[in-house]
Design a protein around this ligand. Structure first.
Ligand SMILES: [Zn+2]
Length: 283
């Protein structure tokens, strides 16, 4: 009998059962946290971490986001030498210093914001994006300084400013120094207004606390990603304070659009095109 006509016996390796990935697990396959559909990790990445089946937007690392919106090779990182300090000598379950060191080791980032200059649709812009992967994108002195410099640079060069926010708010480990960043960034933005160039604020999931309460909501155009949680205090805190049940979808992009708090909801794959359009029209 020829070798190719022989029936091969298929045997399963004893004790090994093929398993689907757990929620959010990254390997060759990735399971959607919203619809449960399993797809190739490669397909997720090609789709900028938007579920290929249901369109759910999952977290996108900061470098990928900049790669997605900027013209190819145009992004020049600036202020990357700014490093966070520990002015209060703060300790919770861990020393703040140690937390900074280990987060830097895991993410390769010095703090929760990456900024610089780039071109979007051939329009030069001063831009920056929060890195939620760095301590929940919290805003301490370095993040505040970098945001202020985004506006300062836009002011000096007379070009539009774009900021992507994804944050839990102020960084509690830096106490009052974090809260001061709200005033500092808003003042820098106010100065930038004199050159009459647009500031586009893009709110990602989630944008809350001191960032939402300062420059993120002060955009000339405020864009949100679908289903992003955007607000000052979280829904649970509000419910406990006013002792009332909040309406469905409260503080989500769609609810905020309906109530005039954001100007547009833009899906991630269309973000670059929408920004190009806005910057060309207003810039
Ligand atoms: Zn899905």
């Amino acid at each position: 009998m020829a070798w190719f006509s022989k029936n091969k016996k298929l045997t399963a390796a004893a004790g090994r059962v093929a398993q689907l990935p757990a929620k959010g697990e990254v390997g060759l396959w990735k399971k959607c946290e919203a619809c449960g559909e399993v797809a190739y990790t490669q397909d997720w990445e090609r789709n900028w971490n938007v579920c290929p089946a249901c369109g759910d937007h999952q977290a996108l690392p900061v470098r990928r986001r900049l790669e997605m919106v900027c013209d190819r090779g145009s992004f020049e990182e600036l202020d990357s030498d700014l490093t966070p300090q520990d002015p209060l000598g703060f300790t919770d379950q861990k020393k703040y210093r140690d937390r900074l060191r280990s987060t830097h080791k895991n993410t390769g980032l010095k703090d929760a914001f990456v900024s610089g200059a780039a071109r979007i649709g051939d329009v030069p812009v001063s831009l920056g994006s929060f890195a939620f992967e760095f301590m929940g994108g919290s805003m301490g002195s370095v993040v505040g300084e970098k945001v202020a410099r985004v506006f300062d640079r836009a002011w000096e060069r007379r070009i539009p400013a774009v900021v992507f926010s994804s944050t839990g708010g102020a960084r509690m480990q830096e106490g009052i120094f974090s809260l001061m960043q709200m005033a500092k960034t808003s003042a820098a933005l106010h100065r930038f207004r004199s050159v009459r160039k647009p500031y586009v604020s893009v709110m990602l999931h989630p944008t809350t606390g001191g960032v939402a309460a300062s420059f993120a909501w002060l955009g000339d155009v405020v864009i949100a990603e679908p289903k992003a949680l955007i607000g000052f205090a979280g829904p649970r805190v509000i419910e406990q304070t006013i002792r009332e049940k909040l309406p469905a979808g409260f503080q989500r992009s769609e609810f905020l659009l309906e109530h005039g708090m954001v100007d547009a909801i833009v899906k991630r794959p269309e973000m670059r095109q929408k920004l190009t359009q806005l910057l060309t029209l207003l810039g």
